[in-house]
Design a protein around this ligand. Sequence first.
Ligand code: CA
Length: 235
Amino acid sequence: METILIVEDEADIAELVKYHLEKEGFAARTVGNGTQALELIVRDHPDLIILDLMLPGKDGLEICRRLRSSSATQSIPIIMLTARAEEVDRIVGLEMGADDYVPKPFSPRELVARVKAVLRRTNAPLAPDESPVSAGNLRLDPTRHEVTKEDHAVDLSAMEFRLLEFFLRHRGRVFTRTHLLDQVWGQDRFVEPRTVDVHIRRLREKVEDDPRKPTLILTIRGLGYKCRDENSQCV
Ligand code: CA
């Protein structure tokens, strides 16, 4: 059974979330103080943490930062809760290493769905897929390590190639910089999240018709990036 730790000082919200998680077969536990939360996490190593931003003791960002800076806890997925819906908090939360972000008020069902999605993503290793993949006039062939655009070879660095392949195999899904770092760069935490932006800019210069108006790898403001959905004609 997967264990979820709910770090939230508003007892009624914490209990409501706990109730819905238990209904779905999770083992859930609540804690209302940031300092105690950190102790519990280090001791019990939960499978996922639902972390409120505003807490007595240590706040959510501080907890997130501490968890991400220790090799014992850096891979525990975190879903951040906050009443403050400003974009800046969302970006800070994601760049601090949270895996997802749910603004209050939220529906407990929606939160449970996010928990499942994050766990699925975290538990699924990148399946090696050797089949070629394409988008419009762009084609990527992993076995030949080749990318072509309108049948002309595109020269990509190893990381740009990995990044492009990852996007093409997960079309329509939004990825934060943190996700991309985890999934494409691996667990190398010395890489700055801004590195992702740099690689995406270079990749766009090579694969987009007009890199200033990308139609394949799209910026999702305040969240991250996604590859245009296969079925959508407009962006
Ligand atoms: Ca709170």
